[in-house]
Design a protein around this ligand. Sequence first.
Ligand code: ATP
Ligand code: MG
Length: 363
Amino acid sequence: MKKIILTGDRPTGPLHVGHYAGSLKRRVELQNSGNFDEIYIMIADAQALTDNMENPEKVRQNIIEVALDYLACGLDPKKSVLFIQSQVPQLCEMSFYYMNLVTVARLKRNPTVKTEIQMRNFEERIPVGFFTYPISQAADITAFKATTVPVGEDQAPMIEQTREIVHRFNHVYGETLVEPNILLPDNSACLRLPGTDGKAKMSKSLGNCIYLSDTEDEIKKKVMSMYTDPTHLRVEDPGHVEGNPVFTYLDAFSCDEDFEKYLPEYKNLDELKAHYTRGGLGDVKVKRFLNNVLQDVLRPIRERRIEFSKDIPSIYKMLEQGSKIAEQKAAQTLAEMKSAMKINYFEDKDLIENQAKKFSNSN
Ligand code: ATP
Ligand code: MG
């Protein structure tokens, strides 16, 4: 069986270090490993419209931002198909059929949807499109016969829902679709990177992000004003590293060489954590170190982003070509689905012949 990757992002803003840690970095490594037969990276504009329907301009403007972030991080259109969801109409058709395989009760139980509904204060006014987006996400994954979906932890319930749909489809209509596997980051700090405000998740919609496109000054300002341990008031007080986003970011982004370079009095993060926990280490010193670490990660990304932004028309051309390739693949899967579902009337010679016989006999 072919090894195929599908993953993507909503164009609701430029991408942030949570995306980088949770999914983007891994994608680039997988792309360059040469271990995959096909790689599809989707800009999920149709999904973004499910909770931004009154703001299509926001979605439209952010397509290029996401595409630039992709290229800047090292996704390569020669190795990966980069495409825009709405340009692959087969995905809507598939979602429509999958809706018959999922109950309202099951959707209501989805923990990610539950949290996101709360976050957006939808209450009873939740758009049907938003409520059913796990179904459309199942279409995105299965259309490409993806075996591997590299995402952050918040996406786990979506992959589970997709696997259930695949099971049900194959059970009812015969073996057609491929069950995907989630690929979570190895580093547990990257599973769900918290926001700079200490909230559980860095998220475009919460405005607590360090963006891949932020300038050196913006990064520094955000790091220096980050939420830390509220009980660590004076330098000599013992501090907490758990639930302290400054240390979570260090878990996610720092390595021993960073200590050698910027903080040689400590060998590694364990030593720094021990000192902080004991007391006698100020937040400013830790934040300055984190700033140095993040600047080193983000500088090359930002510089490549500026280079790519010099030729915007060619990026749209690349996305157009990618969308065509994605459409061909999705059309192939949809044809197989329709044949399994027995809604391929005009291609089914037996159906036409048998019915012709039946009616000629009865005449
Ligand atoms: P929105 O607020 O519009 O939902 P978002 O910031 O949650 O935006 P998405 O486009 O929904 O971003 O997520 C894209 C991918 O990035 C998913 O694989 C998701 O798991 C991952 N991701 C997003 N935020 C984080 C985070 N804070 N930590 C780890 N992974 C993340
Ligand atoms: Mg999200």
